[in-house]
Design a protein around this ligand. Structure first.
Ligand code: ACO
Length: 429
């Protein structure tokens, strides 16, 4: 017999089904509540709302657990690569060697931008933010490959393998082309012999196609950052992607919308905000202690700390903290802001304000330091988050396309004016 929860409203009782997930998480199914009772539920910010059933990612925020398709993030970080993890996230299983090779070839085949997309990107106003460029560029890719972006669900699903490989691959070239255009430099083509991250770094920073100067440690660090960002269940941008997909929009439109949702400083923009904060602390001569005090008084926010879901150490932050040491050592870079980050963490983790509120470093706390050391301009940090998150968004697009039945359409509690008569302009004073 299935479990139910009894809800009593005034004198009426309603038996609501209880849904149990594979990790024993439980939810009360209120999908028939309005029909039965005329009541809706209210949950500002959705902190207590399950918007879907999904099999991509499992998070236990209290225990600091993150798993993609059942695999622990620490194990994947240790043993997998970004492209292999892409296939896992997209399709649910670790690929065979043949499948991985085929995917790599597909990704390689889409590494360079169609001329019309390149021209569109280079023609954007010069102050366009790289996140806006990425969002526009992904939409433009859909325009360049209309057969992959039809808004006919069956057709878009049939061509999903190509759409996913194209978005994951060409997002690098969109980012690199814009970066080079800003500096007045020509774009550099991808090299079929180079790996995913090696190619991206080369397209961004190399002097020319022949330049071979990307150390392995550098491309490995970037690969790890991408892998750690590959999915994170129903966050702001992924929910946006699913919302757009629920209306039947194609993967390009859905991922472009998710990219915009990621941009904000409370979400993907936090990695940029962390570096700005660390630089400001450094320039003010503070070792971090004063800043922590001002955060406690509500005068500032300790960026890179806190998470809506994790009430324990973000497992990705733990991995990146040690990767940060390795990358700085490999690059021979000493970073004063990395020392400040450590001090901030040390002070905050011993302070009752942060302990009581369960505020720990999140993934963005250390990713910015590595990205800065790798040479990425601060305004591209969130773009790198988006490149890493693309497989997650696409996996959620696919889940909706395969299983979604309804357009997503929350309700509201209206708190505006009640009915009032129209007043003509001459009578308004
Ligand atoms: N610094 C100082 N105080 C904080 C911080 C912080 N970073 N985060 C939360 N608090 C405090 C709040 O002031 C609040 O205190 P109060 O109870 O005295 O009012 C309490 O902790 C709860 O905070 P909320 O904002 O309600 O927590 P919520 O779960 O809504 O927010 C969020 C989570 C947005 C991530 C928040 O912690 C934050 O702004 N962090 C900094 C930005 C950041 O790093 N974002 C990246 C998130 S991870 C990602 O998107 C990849």
């Amino acid at each position: 017999m299935s479990e139910t929860a009894d809800l009593r409203i005034n004198d009426e009782s309603y038996a609501l089904n209880v849904i149990t997930g594979t990790e024993k998480e439980q939810a009360i199914d209120i999908s028939l509540l309005r029909k039965q009772s005329k009541f809706i539920t209210f949950d500002d910010g959705y902190g207590n709302t399950g918007s879907c059933e999904s099999s991509v990612t499992f998070i236990d925020g209290d225990k600091g657990i993150l798993r993609y398709r059942g695999y622990d993030i620490a194990e994947l970080a240790e043993q997998s690569t970004f492209l292999e993890t892409c296939l896992l996230v997209l399709y649910g299983e670790l690929p065979t060697a043949i499948e991985l090779d085929a995917f790599k070839q597909r990704v390689a085949s889409y590494a360079n931008l169609p001329e019309e997309v390149m021209v569109a990107i280079r023609g954007l106003p010069k102050n366009t933010h790289p996140m806006a460029v990425l969002s526009c560029g992904i939409q433009a890719l859909g325009g360049a490959y209309p057969d992959l972006a039809t808004n006919d669900r069956a057709k878009d699903l049939e061509r999903f393998d190509d759409a996913a490989a194209l978005i994951i691959s060409a997002s690098r070239a969109i980012t690199a082309s814009w970066h080079r255009a800003q500096k007045g430099e020509d774009s550099i083509s991808a090299d079929a012999d180079k790996g995913y991250c090696e190619n991206f770094l080369s397209m961004m920073f190399s002097a020319n196609e022949k330049d071979a100067g990307i150390p392995k440690e550098v491309s490995n660090a970037l690969d790890l950052i991408f892998l750690l960002h590959a999915d994170h269940e129903q966050n702001c941008s992924t929910s946006t992607c699913r919302m757009i997909a629920s209306g039947g929009a194609n993967p390009f439109a859905s991922v472009a919308g998710a990219t915009s949702a990621l941009w904000g400083p409370l979400h993907g923009g936090a990695n940029m905000a962390v570096i700005r904060m660390l630089n400001e602390i450094h320039e003010s001569g503070d070792d971090g202690s004063r800043f922590v005090e001002s955060a406690k008084q509500g005068k500032s926010r300790l960026m890179g700390f806190g998470h809506r879901v994790y009430r324990n150490y973000d497992p990705r932050a733990k991995i990146l903290k040690s990767a940060c040491d390795d990358a700085l050592a490999a690059l021979g870079v000493s970073s004063p802001i990395s020392d400040i980050a450590r001090k901030l963490e040390e002070v905050a983790l011993q302070d009752p304000y942060f302990i009581e509120r369960k505020l720990y470093p999140n993934v963005d706390f250390y990713s910015g330091i590595i990205l800065q050391a790798l040479g990425f301009p601060t305004n591209t940090f969130t773009v790198l988050f988006a490149l890493g998150r693309a497989p997650g968004w696409l996996a959620h697009w696919r889940e909706i396309a395969l299983n979604g039945k309804k357009i997503h359409r929350p309700r509201q509690i209206y708190q505006g004016e009640t009915l009032r008569p129209y007043v003509g302009i001459s009578e308004r004073g």
